[in-house]
Design a protein around this ligand. Structure first.
Ligand code: SAM
Length: 280
């Protein structure tokens, strides 16, 4: 039996190549090709785009990205056991899939191998998802080498990325993501959607890079301000930020922030204004 792309169903691929899931590699596979097709659609129009995928595993999402018309997919996979299955997919779509056998955290800059426009789409291993996201959100220059990120996270992490001020989930990740991107949760999935099921619910976040930051600020200064503010999120800002400037109370007032407020209550526009005040 074959699937609509002419390749074997994913359960057969897993059996053929002995791909029993390994917890240490964050392996929770999506075996329903309708679901992977939906995720590929949520990434936007892939025709004419190169796609970076981290952690293709047996290739369910990879197949969906190719079937959705991606010009080229570069898939970075750490587990050598998955390579033969990925080779079969590459043979089905000649010249359109490259596989890099590497640890995505140590693979240099795979984006440099791709031609814009580039979209990043991945069902990420949960243990490295946040670190990769932060790297993609903090390139040396903006706009970044990618147009959009469509990424699966543990649901709590997804909620932190899209969180609004005044909520418990609002923190560094929300400011970092929303300062220069539009970020939305576009799908939530129960544990049973995966094989084996993880302990947590999951969600897909779609981030679109803005051409320029929402509010002007030096990225390094903004990052220092936000880190200091949320490191002691229960404290008043005049106290948590006092290491940043001797006259922090005045600077907060100039930025339009009440010095007795707490990090959670401060909007991204206000954090950017404070970073400008501190840089001045
Ligand atoms: N994309 C597949 C799917 O949706 O079924 C697999 C997703 S699974 C959650 C995560 C994948 O990332 C696994 O294939 C795992 O081997 C791979 N992986 C784990 N750590 C990695 C790393 N540091 N670099 C690259 N791939 C990694």
């Amino acid at each position: 039996m074959t699937s609509s792309d002419g390749l074997p169903p994913l359960r057969a691929v897993i059996a053929e190549h002995g791909l029993a899931a390994r917890r240490a590699l964050g392996q929770n596979f999506l075996l329903d090709l309708n679901l992977t097709a939906r995720i590929a659609r949520l990434a936007g129009d892939l025709a004419g785009c190169d796609v970076l995928e981290v952690g293709p595993g047996p290739g369910g999402l990879t197949r969906a990205l190719l079937a959705a018309g991606a010009r080229h997919v570069l898939a970075v996979e750490k587990d050598a056991r998955c390579l033969p299955a990925l080779e079969q997919i590459a043979a089905r779509w000649p010249g359109r899939l490259s596989v890099l056998h590497a640890d995505a955290l140590a693979a240099g800059d795979p984006l440099a191998r791709l031609t814009p426009p580039v979209r990043i789409v991945a069902n990420l291993p949960y243990n490295i998802g946040t670190e990769l996201l932060v790297r993609w959100l903090t390139p040396d220059a903006w706009p970044p080498a990618w147009t959009s990120l469509t990424l699966m996270f543990q649901k709590e992490v997804a909620e932190r990325i899209v969180a609004r001020p005044g909520t418990k989930a609002y923190g560094r990740l929300a400011v970092l993501a929303q300062w220069r991107c539009d970020a939305r949760i576009v799908m939530t999935l129960p544990p049973e959607a995966f094989t084996p099921p993880p302990k947590v619910h999951s969600a897909v976040v779609h981030l679109v890079a803005l051409p320029a930051p929402r509010h002007p600020a030096d990225p390094a200064v903004l990052s220092r301000v936000v880190a200091a503010a949320f490191n002691q999120r229960r404290k008043m800002l005049r106290s948590s930020l006092k290491g940043l400037a001797p006259d922090i109370g005045d600077r907060l007032l100039s930025a339009g922030i009440d010095p007795t407020s707490r990090a959670e209550e401060v909007s991204i526009a206000q954090f950017a204004a404070l970073a400008r005040e501190i840089a001045a």
